[in-house]
Design a binder for this molecule. Structure first.
Ligand code: PEP
Length: 251
């Protein structure tokens, strides 16, 4: 059995005090839940303070992105070592907004993934097709490219620290959620790709989270599907009660 992983991606939202307040509300709502790995991913400026507020709780801290060098002349970037220094054990890599607005491609994301893992972070690696790609019958090709190239070179052991987040771009922030059947179909396809590329042991152990307009009222039925091992949550992670309800939907 794969332990569900539910993560909140706060994107470019919430000031430091808002983030601390949110997790101080969240902690008692999810206290004692051991059957779900719970992560919040604040903005970089809020990481340290939110991490301090989370100390001693069952909620882990993650970054939303990081670069592929430890330090140096890379203005505006942040390293995995800096994320760890701020209290992170996780980072997201390859979110569709990074791919779409910041031109991050599969080759770059593969480098970033490998460096984050080598630096000791766990990674939620995002993949997913656009509406145009799905309607054009290209969904499987796109997912296959993102998995093959994005995860290239990983070892079986690396996959203890990697979760794949299937996030159809047409469902992110749109209020249009994939149906549980659509999610299951895509997740099963991705698991099949993992089996072909890395073998059955990897395919069986890797968690595949669903992301795209997950809310308290649709989370449980999505995560009830056999290949849906949790959620990556954007908008609905900005309220403690809604996020806690999604976490409980994974139980
Ligand atoms: C996301 O940002 O990863 C996401 C899934 O956003 P939302 O839940 O708002 O669709």
């Amino acid at each position: 059995m794969r332990k569900p992983l539910v993560a909140g991606n706060w994107k470019m939202n919430l000031l430091i005090a808002d983030g601390v307040r949110l997790v101080n509300e969240l902690k008692p709502l999810v206290a004692g839940i051991a059957g779900v790995d719970i992560v919040v991913c604040p903005t970089f400026t809020a990481l340290h303070a939110v991490g301090k507020a989370l100390q001693g709780s069952n909620v882990e801290l993650g970054g939303q992105n990081c670069y592929l060098k430890e330090s140096g002349a890379f203005t505006g970037e942040i390293s995995p070592q800096m994320l760890k220094d701020a209290g992170c054990s996780w980072t997201i890599i390859g979110h569709s907004e990074r791919r779409q607005y910041f031109g991050e491609n599969d080759a770059l994301l593969n480098e970033k993934l490998k460096f984050a893992l080598a630096s000791g972070l766990k990674v939620m690696f995002c993949i997913g097709e656009t509406l145009e790609e799905r309607q054009g019958g290209k969904m499987n090709d796109v997912l296959a490219r993102q998995v093959t190239q994005g995860l290239a070179g990983l070892s079986e052991a690396d996959f203890d620290s990697v979760s794949v987040a299937y996030e159809p771009v047409w469902a992110i922030g749109t209020g249009v959620t994939a149906t549980p059947e659509q999610a299951q179909e895509a997740h099963a396809f991705v698991r099949g790709l993992l089996k072909t590329q890395f073998g059955a042991a990897v395919a069986d152990k890797v968690r595949i989270q669903y992301g795209g307009s997950v809310k308290a009222d649709n989370a449980a039925e999505l995560m009830a599907k056999p290949d849906v091992d949790g959620a990556l949550v954007g908008g609905a992670a900005l309220k403690a009660d809604g996020f806690a309800a999604i976490v409980k939907g994974a139980l």
